[in-house]
Ligand binder design. Structure first.
Ligand code: SAM
Length: 205
């Protein structure tokens, strides 16, 4: 089991945000796809707090999928499916065989800032196809707003991320809003989270 200290710190506030955003849909059983699930800590925790959601975790990396499997077993999470390989930069018809209009929620935590623009495009194009009408694409992370990154700790984070890979870095909220619009979604909420992180909530029209 891989362990991310950041996931240990942020899972609860993310879970509270999810409870709030999904409240309008909590009277029915939902199907949620998580992109870039990483260790599996988040999905295992969410499963216990949001029993009306069936989770499909995914990741591009084999070691992450192995870790997710270990968390599912260790936490006896009954509403989490086995993880699938999914590269979010690929066209939606290569997204692990998920049918069109099959998901109520697509969630990505800390994926976009560690990705190239091609992956961001893939996330929005895929979500535009795979979400049901009124479904949500939710992204948690750090962002630029109108081309400006604040405060200085986020500027520093952007520099550090770009040192790892020059194609990565904090995406701009307005660019994501346009990507959403071009793929049949509308940005509905921008929720301030801890440590200058934000959640963006897009609704499929
Ligand atoms: C910074 S980690 C975040 C992991 C987890 N969501 C969290 O917050 O702890 C980014 C994750 O996205 C995965 N990833 C990177 N590029 C991806 C892609 N194109 N498609 C799907 N997953 C990807 C990585 O393997 C990694 O697990």
């Amino acid at each position: 089991m891989l362990l991310s200290p950041q996931a240990e710190r942020n899972w609860e506030s993310i879970c509270l945000m999810l409870e709030d955003v999904l409240e309008e849909k909590s009277h029915k059983q939902l199907f949620a796809l998580e992109l870039g699930s990483g260790t599996g800590q988040h999905v295992a925790r969410f499963a216990h707090r949001l029993p009306f959601v069936t989770w499909q975790p995914s990741d591009i990396k084999e070691e992450c999928r192995e870790s997710i499997k270990a968390y599912i077993t260790a936490t006896h999470a009954k509403t989490v499916l086995q993880p699938v390989h999914l590269d979010a930069s690929e066209p939606w018809d290569k997204w692990a065989g998920l049918p069109c209009s099959s998901c109520d929620v697509i969630f990505a935590i800390n994926l976009l800032q560690y990705s190239s623009f091609k992956t961001a495009q893939g996330v929005f194009m895929g979500a535009g196809e795979i979400l049901k009408q009124n479904g949500f694409l939710i992204t948690y992370g750090v962002y630029a707003v109108n081309g400006i990154i604040t405060p200085s700790c986020n500027e520093h984070l952007d520099e550090e991320i770009r040192k790892i890979n020059p194609e990565w870095g904090l995406p701009d909220v307005d660019v994501l809003r346009q990507l959403a619009y071009g793929n049949g979604m509308r940005m509905e909420r921008m929720i301030e989270m801890e440590d200058f992180y934000k959640c963006l909530v897009f609704r499929k029209l």
